[in-house]
Design a protein around this ligand. Structure first.
Ligand SMILES: [Zn+2]
Length: 82
């Protein structure tokens, strides 16, 4: 794990469980039949990856507001123990 700030032993224990934002195509549009799933550390990063996928795989240049809202609502926070 890359961290620029020194942490105490206590903080390291807490940091061992890492939270990720997760979103899948099926969560937004099940009818698309796309099993793409993405995980990122921040929501901003997540939506960057989602936008890239939408562009390349679904030919969507920019997410319509309605779809973006649906995607945002579908974001799950998962905890991964490192
Ligand atoms: Zn997809």
């Amino acid at each position: 794990m890359v961290s620029s700030t020194p942490t105490t032993e206590e903080e390291k224990k807490i940091m061992a469980a890492k939270e990720y934002k997760q979103l899948g195509c099926l969560d937004v549009d099940a009818s698309a039949g796309c099993a793409f799933q993405v995980r990122a550390e921040t929501e901003a990063e997540l939506f960057q990856l989602v936008a890239m996928h939408a562009k390349h795989s679904h030919k969507i240049d920019s997410l319509p507001p309605e779809m973006a809202a649906k995607a945002k609502a579908a974001v799950k926070t998962v905890t991964v123990t490192v």
